[in-house]
Design a protein around this ligand. Structure first.
Ligand SMILES: [Zn+2]
Length: 247
């Protein structure tokens, strides 16, 4: 095992040197060694906030994961297109934020299918990740998503339980929440629609400052990907945070 590890390190060093010699992606090669945090934005897209979030992520060179409501995806296809074009991952967050345990099986299926259709109509790709509204899944829905090749429910790290962005704690409060839940491989729950739209717009400066603060602590940013095993760090989510495609 140790020998393998050394071989991998040597390989990484060699490719870093090769990248440096080529004047290419030395930064990307280095970033692969840093612990990853997965920022996730739920409930959108919304005309009020999604473009702002995308602008900040672009300025900071961060890729994230967006769990979209199908009804919003259908209404704001240009924002869905932009999320996809800028290299973020798109997941399914139901059609209209229904609480699955209260729905009939056929309505649960419809919430999932309609959303996949609305997203793939714009992006050409069916989402593979499912995050249930309120984190509330049912055994029917979990079996159904598995049967159509999806993974979920994707939860998030909720270790400390500081007020989240949807509770309007202000910019410093959201940053405190983000930093308190930060850990290598943590999935962080944030929003770009619904409840957060009622928060003062001054709260939104948290995003740029939290990204800077996480980088100062040595983190880089990844996207959520399916995993065969439940991750205890993120409340048992069958998911991992991975480096974005293309570095
Ligand atoms: Zn939600």
């Amino acid at each position: 095992m140790k020998k393998n590890k050394f071989a991998v390190k040597a390989l990484a060093a060699a490719s870093l040197i090769a990248a440096l010699l080529a004047g290419g992606s030395a930064v990307a090669a280095q970033a692969a060694d840093e612990p990853l945090i997965g920022l996730t934005f739920d409930d959108g897209p919304s005309p009020q906030r999604t473009a702002f979030v995308l602008d900040v992520l672009k300025q900071k060179g961060v890729k994230a994961t967006f769990f979209l409501q199908g009804s919003n995806a259908q209404q704001y296809p240009d924002l869905v297109r932009r999320i996809k074009a800028e290299g973020h991952v798109i997941g399914n967050h139901s059609w209209d934020h229904a609480n699955f345990p209260e729905l009939s099986q056929s309505n649960q299926k419809q919430q999932i299918d309609r959303t996949n259709s609305a997203i793939s109509a714009v992006t050409g790709e069916k989402p593979t990740l499912m995050r249930f509204p309120f984190g509330n899944s049912t055994s029917y829905a979990l079996n159904y998503i598995k049967s159509i090749g999806m993974t979920g429910g994707i939860l998030w790290r909720w270790h400390i339980g500081q007020p989240g962005d949807f509770e309007c704690p202000g910019a410093a409060g959201v940053q405190r929440y983000v930093l308190s839940e930060a850990a290598p491989g943590a999935i962080i729950l944030l929003h770009d629609a619904e409840d957060v739209l009622a928060c003062p717009s001054s709260q939104w400066t948290y995003l740029a400052s939290s990204i800077d603060a996480l980088r100062a602590r040595g983190y880089e940013f990844g996207v959520v990907a399916p995993s065969a095993t439940a991750n205890p760090l993120n409340e048992g989510s069958p998911a991992v945070v991975v480096a974005p495609a293309g570095g």
